[in-house]
Write a protein that binds this ligand. Sequence first.
Ligand code: OSB
Ligand code: MG
Length: 368
Amino acid sequence: MKIEAITLREIHMPLVHFFETSFGRTYERRILLVTVNTDGPEGWGECVAAEDPFYSEESVETAWYAIERYIAPLIAGKSLDRAAEVPAMLTRVRGHRMAKGAVENALWDAEAQDRRMPLAKLLGGSLPEIVCGVSIGIQDTVEQLLDKIETELAAGYRRIKVKCKPGWDVKVFERIRERWPEILLSCDANSAYTLKQIEHLKEFDRFNLLMIEQPLWCDDFYFHARLQKQIKTSICLDEAIRNSRDAQAAIELGACRIINVKVGRVGGFSEAVAIHNAAQAAPIPVWCGGMLESGIGRSHNIALSTLPNFTLPGDVSASKRYWKEDVIEPEVSVAPTGVIKVPTAAGRGFQVKTDLIDKLTVRRQTIR
Ligand code: OSB
Ligand code: MG
């Protein structure tokens, strides 16, 4: 594949309902989309960097800058056989993993079309359907949260994850467990606690949670290992795992028993597959996280989730939970049994609605 042009687009999409984590509330997404034009097909990628550097150090602005100034120029005009060659071409640029991932994934998307193969299969996946959970943000009241959980359970979702922080944790879990003693339930702190709160974190063990996601600092595994020794609930790392070496180190230290794989956070499909493989060898289970993606990122998450060690329900859920109208056709839908059927067509298996994307675009730049 010869890379002829790389186009960046920023689109704005209001969320159907605000999403609140321990680091803040989001009403509208600014999403950076990347198109790679080859001498064959056109590939699409989504950068999962957020509006602000609160989940990770990257943001839409830093990703745009990194791609325009460094990443795109390193691959524009080059010829390559496989998207898997991209990470080696970008090693000179340190960090900026979400920016790199958007470009690498656009090339996987193009390669799958070029080889007339489903993206899932190209990545080494084989599951015909993926099992879905939902991530539910912090609400204004516990009653609102309980209503949301009820709606999602009725829709068939197989695991409920609630965002938590000091003041929105044990009391909330009590209310949930009172009403649903048996459901698969987990929580995600996005680094809202420190080891000073260890006695409080031990109370989480009463609620039979599937896991607690990233309770401590976003860049830590050493202190997570100390915490894991003192609590029964399994720790799942999200923010702290940047690559497969991190995954190996965290597993060997005993810092986690589960890993959340986000393809953008780790710099693209190549590294996501490597983390999947490291966890499988350990062996510990993984699941696919989400970053409030549009349908493009969502379709890529579906493909990744078909690898065999994605054995826990992920955060990949239906388009309509986020968007009035998604940018792909058909939209992502979840069956009443809580699964998404993996497309069998070549490529990502969802058409990009380019007219809609044009309408939502606020800036655009092509690098050749
Ligand atoms: O930590 O998993 C997280 C959303 C934004 C930033 C971080 C996270 C999340 C989610 C939402 O939990 C997952 C989704 O539904 O896309
Ligand atoms: Mg998380």
